[in-house]
Design a protein around this ligand. Structure first.
Ligand code: P53
Length: 484
């Protein structure tokens, strides 16, 4: 009973949010390098190149680039079995479309992965985590151009070959489905490298076209990975925010189905290799001519994923709009960005300071729904609690709210294993060390077990210290999740 003996306990970060060193070792600019800092409730802006005087928090991150030995040592002290991070694409291909990779960038990740293995930590690697080269965005409008598929595949193949023997678990595109909830500029730029604006009427079409191109790129990468090493496990990465029906009104229930279709078709393609019928119908009805050849459809079929990686932070809730003739409205729930459509507060749940509904049982629900649908192994590759932490005069941080969030979610996973029999292979919480928030670009939205002395006003020396949750998580891993 409980978690398997070889369960992958660990933590997850993404290169652009914690490495810093944005121009070191020959690195080129990524899309994250032209994103300004926002704040709670204020979205980040994308600038036309790097403009002097603007605040770009990802340029420095929390300086993992120079602290990786110290940080990995702290992860090891907690007993991590796995560490999920991403490879910054622009360290390897600075502009994105070069023929040959940048050796200095490749060497950096050799060092990071070697450091992990020194402590018996298994690296779990995302290839593209909101870090598409800015060069590809500028020159090709990102994944709108099919040539960018080849750029990604070259990047993926380079990594598979180079880190064969050091990395076994891979993911292709982080939270590829966020752009599906609502084709807003922020997500389209972040996930597809498409330099668009919120008022562009072509956003929805572009979102579908570029997402399809990303899925083709992902499928090609999966095939290449297995040819290089049949033991490689290549997964997808979906932002799983289950949508609940507000009531038992059949209209609300159908609204829920429609919202699910908008968000999760990406997972259907990744796992089943086919465009779901509801999506083909949607494209037809809305006269969207999506370029997808028979040959590409075949690639999708042949490049299905080995496991489902997903993030879980919150659930959302939807209510039908009585004027609707069809039940496929957009569903989004990003209150921190003040984006809300057809979602409604769930009266049974409390929220974080950023408006994310706290719902541990929703994780058990999600594990069931996903497992029932695909029967594939699953990994919860992100789950965590962003909060304002208070550092006491003696340097301690009493983050019992984080412990309570994480322990209730781990209990939910345990129940899903013990009662529902789902196949869960790992849990990498987000994020073991404080880093820059993706949605708001803040330092003060903290997730870590490890406190980083740095804040929104760029004050601090990046020194690391342990919060109360550090020893708590260490004990969780020691007892293999038995004592929460
Ligand atoms: P931040 C939206 C909804 C759920 C997760 O988010 C999301 C997003 C988009 O921001 O992102 C993931 O930092 C993402 C990470 C991110 C983390 O969740 O906005 O994969 O890069 O940092 C937490 O609080």
């Amino acid at each position: 009973m409980g978690f398997s003996k070889d369960f992958l306990w660990g933590g997850a970060c993404a290169a652009h949010q914690f490495e810093g060193g944005w121009q070191e070792g020959g690195k080129g600019p990524s899309i994250a390098d032209v994103m300004t800092a926002g704040s709670n409730g204020v979205a980040r802006r994308i600038t036309d190149g790097v403009i002097e005087g603007e605040d770009y928090p990802n340029h420095v991150g929390v300086d993992f680039y120079h602290h990786y030995k110290e940080d990995i040592k702290l992860f090891a002290e907690m007993g991590f079995k796995a560490f999920r991070t991403s490879i910054a694409w622009t360290r390897i291909f600075p502009q994105g479309d070069e023929e040959t990779p940048n050796e200095e960038g490749l060497k950096f990740y050799d060092d990071v992965f070697d450091e992990c293995h020194k402590y018996g930590i298994e690296p779990v690697v995302t290839l593209s985590h909101f870090e598409i080269p800015y060069g590809l965005a500028k020159k090709y409008n990102g994944f709108m151009d099919k040539r960018v598929i080849d750029c990604f595949v070259r990047f993926a193949k380079t990594c598979f070959e180079r880190y064969n023997g050091k990395v076994k678990y891979w993911m292709t595109f982080n939270e590829i489905n966020n752009q599906g909830a609502a084709p807003i500029a922020h997500h389209m730029i972040q996930e597809g490298g498409i330099l668009t604006t919120d008022d562009n009427p072509d956003n929805e079409y572009m979102m579908y076209q570029s997402a399809i191109n990303e899925l083709i790129a992902s499928a090609k990468a999966v095939k290449i990975a297995h040819a290089i090493n049949p033991d490689f496990m290549v997964g997808c990465m979906i932002a799983y925010v289950p949508v609940y029906s507000y009531s038992c009104n059949p209209r609300d229930m159908m609204q829920m189905v429609g919202a699910d279709h908008k968000r999760y078709w990406f997972m259907d393609v990744h796992a089943r290799g086919e465009i779901p019928a509801y999506l083909e119908k949607y494209w037809q009805r809305h006269h969207m001519a999506i370029a997808l050849s028979d040959e590409e459809r075949q690639i999708l079929k042949e490049g299905t994923v080995d496991y489902i990686g997903f993030s879980y932070y919150m659930s959302s809730c939807t209510k039908s709009m009585d004027d609707g003739k069809e039940f496929n409205f957009y569903e989004v729930n990003l209150p921190a960005l003040d984006i809300k459509a057809n979602t409604t507060d769930n009266p049974y749940l409390k929220k974080s300071d950023w408006g994310w509904a706290i719902d541990p049982l929703g994780l058990r629900y999600s594990l069931n729904v996903i497992y029932d649908r695909y029967h594939l192994p699953m990994m919860v590759v992100e789950n965590g609690f962003g909060a304002y932490d208070k550092k006491e005069a003696d340097g301690s941080v009493h983050d019992n709210y984080r412990i309570s969030y994480l322990s209730s979610h781990i209990q939910a996973m345990k129940d899903a294993i013990d009662y529902d029999g789902v196949d869960l292979i790992g849990y990498t919480m987000w994020a073991p060390i404080d880093i820059v928030s993706a949605s708001t670009g803040e330092y003060d939205k903290r997730y870590g077990f490890i406190y980083v002395n740095y804040n929104n006003n760029h004050e601090g020396d990046f020194s690391r210290s342990k919060k109360d949750s550090f020893n708590w998580y260490k004990h969780v891993i020691e007892t293999n999740g038995e004592e929460l």
